[in-house]
Design a protein around this ligand. Structure first.
Ligand code: SF4
Ligand code: SF4
Length: 280
């Protein structure tokens, strides 16, 4: 067990304050040893094996607003996704800069980090998993749908990581899984990409999911997001509510009647600013 100096605690405190000022909803700290301890990915994906000087990973999260996500596939959600990504990268850039001023090495691993969906269809893996980083920084646990499930926003959160050689006091990893394995994500996935029902984390056909994303991208309503939209977990549900029947019935009802009043707002957003895609 490492002992941390007062200076390390002060630095952590300053970073948290800065993240709050940058409108980040979540922040957590992970020591790089956790990648090895949990052994959930190949060693070439450990941050300390990509950049040997790195000692700590600071994970920042920002929320995805549910009413905008519910309109997916739409340009409304697409714009939200792009904005969330931009503010995450900006916050990570500024926090890295702050650490540099304190004479620490620091830089960030941008969220997403792929040139085009066609690359993901060939090789659906990221060079660095923000989801694992979020877990090791104590922000949440990995759900059936392969996303980070958080207490605050369920899976409706986007993540970015700052990597630094500063030794910072870590946050504890959550012990209890937040995913309740309700399988709403499996039932509502428009491509039936989730396969297993036995494991907590589903076998997933990532290429199928990526191929659908290519279709959405060419229709200007990327990404999909259905598996995070329908997840019941998250305190944001206390604000926005939860209607499983509406989610489960969406595809069938709209197939019968495109003008069904219950879905009118979502359909309205889908019919403007992007092309129509058949699946939901
Ligand atoms: S929808 Fe249910 S099964 Fe899927 S991630 Fe959320 S809690 Fe887990
Ligand atoms: S993003 Fe969409 S297509 Fe991909 S797994 Fe989730 S619900 Fe299915």
């Amino acid at each position: 067990m490492l002992n941390f100096s007062n200076k390390s605690y002060q630095l952590k405190f300053n970073i948290i304050n800065m993240a709050k000022k940058l409108q980040m909803n979540l922040i957590g700290f992970a020591p790089v040893e956790r990648w090895e301890k949990y052994g959930e990915t190949d060693p070439e994906y450990y941050p300390q094996n990509i950049w040997p000087e790195v000692k700590s990973v600071i994970v920042l999260g920002t929320q995805i607003y549910l009413p905008m996500l519910e309109t997916t596939p739409s340009v409304v959600y697409s714009e939200l996704y792009n904005t969330a990504n931009r503010i995450l990268d900006e916050a990570a850039y500024k926090i890295s800069n702050y650490l540099n001023v304190q004479k620490k090495q620091a830089f960030f691993f941008p969220r997403d980090c792929y040139g085009d969906i066609s690359v993901l269809i060939e090789k659906p893996a990221a060079a660095f998993s923000q989801v694992l980083a979020g877990k090791y920084a104590g922000l949440g646990t990995i759900g059936y749908n392969h996303t980070l499930i958080t207490k605050e926003f369920g899976p409706r959160v986007r993540l970015v990581s700052v990597l630094t050689n500063a030794l910072l006091p870590p946050d504890p990893v959550l012990k209890k899984d937040l995913c309740i394995k309700c399988e709403m994500c499996r039932k509502c996935c428009p491509t039936s990409s989730f396969k297993t029902t036995e494991n907590l984390i589903a076998d997933m056909d990532k290429k199928k999911c990526a191929a659908y994303h290519a279709e959405l991208k060419s229709a200007f309503c990327y990404p999909c997001g259905v598996c995070i939209k329908v997840c019941p977990i998250g305190e944001d549900r206390k604000v926005y509510g939860y209607d499983a029947k509406k989610y489960l019935g969406e595809r069938e009802v709209l197939k019968r009647n495109k003008k069904d009043p219950e879905y009118a707002g979502w359909v309205h957003c889908r019919e403007h600013g992007s092309k129509t895609v058949q699946k939901l």
